[in-house]
Write a protein that binds this ligand. Structure first.
Ligand code: ZN
Length: 405
C-alpha cells in the first residue's frame, strides 16, 4: 500500500509505502502510484502517557459525587471501583479501547489500582494481550488510595510486578512527609534489579510545600534509574517559588525523569479548596521543555467522577494544554504534537516508533493539513493505521456549508 501526498508536522510533503506491518519506504514528494491523501497531516500513532483503563466509563454504572470537590469525587470513584467486579471493569476498559483507536492513540500507559486486589490488573493484562496486534498497552501497578498501610499493599506491589511493566503510587496522599518518603523508597526497592519502570502520581496538589518529587529525583540518581522514571501531574510545581523551582529544575533534568502532564484533570482538580482567585495549577511545561526535560502528554480519565467530559482524544488534551500553558504562538502546535508522539514514545521506551524505513506502520492521518488546524478543529481522524492495517477511517466533508438564506 502506498499513501501519497501526506504532510509531516514540519510541513514537508511525503509519500509512505507500507509493506506488511512495516514502513517499507518514505518518499520525498508525491509518488505516481498510491492513494492520494490530498496533503493531509500525518504523524506516527499518538501516545497517551497517562490513562486509567480500570476507571474509564465508571459513570455508565455509578453515580457522580454529590459535590464537585476533588476529594469527594475521588472518594466516589474509589467506592465505585471497589463495588465492580474485575469483569465489569474489563468490559468498560474494552469499550474505551475503541475510543482510543478511533482517535489514533495506539500506545497507552495505564495505571491500574492494586491496593485491594490484583484482579483488575490481571483482567487489564488480558485485554492488553487480546489487543496486542492493534495497540500497545503499558501497565503500571498503582497504589491509588490512602491505604498504603494496609497489610496487603506492599505484597501486592511485588506481585503486580510479575504482570505489570512498572509500579507507582501517590506519596502525597500518605499521612506524613516521612510516610510518603518511606513509600517512595519501598517502591524503588520493589524494582531493584528488575527491568521495570516507575511512574508516580507526584505532588498532585496545590500546596507549594508538597515536594515529594525531589525525593523521587534523589532516589533515581542514587539508584541510577535515569530514563526509567516518570512523574505524573506535578501540579504543585505551579505553586513553587522561583528560587526553589530553579534548583529543582536542575536536578529534574539531571535525573532524566519524564514529566507527564494531564492538563484536563489538572485544571479540573486544582484550586478545589480555594476561594477566588482560584489557582489553575499545571506543571510548568514551557520551562521544563526549554531546560530539556522530556515532557509527555496524557489524556487521563474518560467519563468518570474525576472527568465526566473525557473521550480519550489526545487532540483535546493538546488543545487544553495550549490554552492552559501559554502555548498560544502557532509554532507551539508542533511542540504539542511532539509531546503526544515522540516524547511519549521516549517515556514509554517504545521501539520502532516514527516515520522511517523499517518503523512499525502505526500512523494517523488527520482531516486537517497542519498541526495548528488539527488542534483547532479536532475533526475525526481521516485514517488510523495499525501495523499496516487500516483500523479506522472517516471521510468528512471539508467544505463549510452555512445556510443563512
Ligand atoms: Zn492518574
Amino acid at each position: 500500500m502506498i499513501l501519497k501526498n501526506l504532510k509531516t508536522v514540519e510541513g514537508k510533503i511525503i509519500s509512505i509505502e507500507i509493506n506488511g506491518s512495516k514502513i517499507a519506504k518514505v518518499y520525498d514528494g508525491i509518488t505516481s502510484e498510491g492513494e492520494n491523501m490530498e496533503g493531509k497531516l500525518v504523524t506516527p500513532a499518538l501516545v497517551d502517557s497517562h490513562a486509567h483503563l480500570d476507571s474509564n466509563f465508571l459513570l455508565d454504572v455509578c453515580k457522580e459525587a454529590e459535590t464537585p470537590k476533588f476529594i469527594e469525587a475521588l472518594k466516589a470513584l474509589l467506592e465505585c471501583k471497589s463495588k465492580l467486579s474485575a469483569d465489569e471493569i474489563y468490559k468498560l476498559a474494552k469499550k474505551s479501547l475503541y475510543y482510543y483507536i478511533s482517535h489514533g492513540t495506539l500506545y497507552i500507559r495505564t495505571h491500574i489500582m492494586i491496593d485491594d486486589t490484583l484482579d483488575r490488573l490481571k483482567y487489564i493484562a488480558r485485554l492488553k494481550e487480546e489487543f496486542k496486534d492493534i495497540l500497545q498497552i503499558q501497565i503500571i501497578g498503582f497504589v491509588q488510595s490512602y491505604s498504603y498501610f494496609d497489610d496487603n499493599v506492599e505484597e501486592n506491589i511485588y506481585k503486580s510486578l510479575e504482570i505489570a511493566d512498572g509500579v507507582g503510587g501517590q506519596p502525597h496522599l500518605q499521612p506524613s512527609r516521612e510516610d510518603g518518603i518511606g513509600m517512595i523508597k519501598k517502591i524503588f526497592d520493589s524494582v531493584e534489579g528488575k527491568d521495570k519502570l516507575l511512574d508516580f502520581h507526584a505532588d498532585f496538589a496545590d500546596d507549594p510545600e508538597t515536594k515529594f518529587s525531589e525525593v523521587i529525583i534523589s532516589e533515581t540518581l542514587k539508584r541510577k534509574m535515569q530514563g526509567k522514571v516518570s512523574l505524573s501531574h506535578v501540579t504543585a510545581m505551579h505553586s513553587y517559588n522561583e528560587d526553589y523551582f530553579r534548583r529543582y529544575l536542575k536536578w529534574l533534568k539531571e535525573s532524566k525523569i519524564n514529566v507527564i502532564v494531564a492538563p484536563i484533570t489538572a485544571l479540573e482538580e486544582s484550586g478545589a479548596f480555594e476561594n477566588y482567585p482560584k489557582r489553575r495549577g499545571i506543571a510548568r511545561v514551557l520551562d521544563l521543555i526549554s531546560e530539556g526535560v522530556n515532557v509527555a502528554l496524557g489524556h487521563d480519565d474518560i467519563q468518570n467522577h474525576l472527568n465526566p467530559y473525557g473521550v480519550g482524544d489526545m487532540l483535546q488534551s493538546g488543545f487544553i494544554l495550549a490554552i492552559s500553558s501559554y502555548m498560544y504562538f502557532s509554532s507551539y502546535a508542533k511542540t504539542i504534537f511532539d509531546l503526544m508522539t515522540y516524547n511519549g514514545a521516549k517515556a514509554q521506551l517504545i521501539k520502532n516508533y516514527g516515520i522511517y524505513e523499517g518503523a512499525d506502520a502505526n500512523l494517523v492521518i488527520y482531516n486537517s493539513t497542519n498541526p495548528l488546524d488539527a488542534l483547532r478543529e479536532i475533526k475525526p481522524r481521516r485514517m488510523v493505521i495499525s501495523k499496516g492495517k487500516i483500523v479506522y477511517e472517516s471521510n468528512i466533508n471539508e467544505e463549510l456549508k452555512v445556510n443563512v438564506d
